[in-house]
Design a protein. Structure first.
Length: 272
């Protein structure tokens, strides 16, 4: 019975601390709802007394960053130091983070609001191999499937492992051509430059409803600028330094890390 009471008290204290941190993160990230916060490890009380926490995770959606309004943020905080009194009182300035790994995910619907991609209706995003983007040939089979398998180098590593600051992307949508709205596939590189990602279009194909996928050179030159864009993410939450970009089905994720930062650095840049 006593053990059950102690366990219950431990979980209750942990839940209260998580709620307090969540409310502070909501304020700093300018969210409409509390983000999810989990303080890992049991018992919590032992960590709280020492003020040292091995792992705290945070997840939030709908984070406004610069011109983006629906960004997803996940962060894993390691080697966290926080006196219990400061933690429960919401004094996040006293929370020090030894190491932090974070991901910022931008949905296609947000990317569609970045000029000039606003000219593309029903914009969709899928990953593609760098080889297919650049040559139109699948890296492994030599076919023009466009499915985007990873190209392996002589050392057995993939292109993405060799250089995580760039990736292949397939952007599809509808554009106006000679008064007609046609589906276009744009194969492009997405490149990480500081806190910005550049979309660099390489070539175009017609949608599957056309007998031929080849877009005439003159049409390509006219339409390619509609798919060239720079997405500025400003100052990322937790002072994260971006190290990798990844294309998912329907979104783009920037991955990064930081060391020796404070929880107060969760504030994101929302300026224009």
């Amino acid at each position: 019975m006593l053990l059950a009471l102690l366990v219950g008290a431990d979980f209750g204290l942990a839940a209260y601390a998580e709620h307090t941190v969540s409310q502070k993160a909501r304020e700093q990230l300018k969210l409409s709802d509390d983000p999810s916060v989990t303080i890992h490890g049991f018992p919590f009380t032992t960590q709280a007394i020492g003020g040292d926490y091995g792992h705290i995770s945070l997840s939030a959606s709908g984070v406004p960053i610069k011109d983006l309004q629906d960004v997803g943020v996940t962060a894993d905080l390691y080697d966290v130091t926080a006196p219990l009194s400061d933690l429960v009182n919401g004094n996040t300035d006293a929370i020090d983070i030894g190491r932090l790994e974070a991901q910022v995910t931008i949905k296609a619907s947000d990317i569609n609001k970045v000029d000039p991609l606003t000219k593309v209706d029903d914009l969709r995003i899928e990953p593609s191999s760098i080889e297919y983007v650049e040559t139109g040939q699948d890296a492994e089979s030599g076919t023009d499937s466009g499915s985007g398998g990873d190209q392996q180098g002589q050392d057995g590593t993939t292109e993405e492992e060799q250089d995580k600051s760039r990736a292949g992307i397939r952007i599809s949508g509808y554009v106006q051509i000679a008064g007609q709205q046609l589906e276009i596939f744009c194969f492009a590189m997405i490149e990480l430059h500081g806190t910005a990602i550049d979309i660099v279009p390489k070539r175009l194909q017609y949608g599957n409803d056309k007998e031929t996928t080849v877009v005439p050179e003159a049409v390509q030159q006219a339409l390619l600028p509609n798919f060239k864009a720079t997405i500025d993410t400003g100052n990322l939450p937790f002072e994260v330094t971006p190290t990798a970009v990844q294309v998912n089905s329907g979104s783009v994720t920037i991955k990064g890390e930081a060391k020796n930062v404070t929880f107060s650095g969760a504030t994101s840049s929302t300026g224009g």
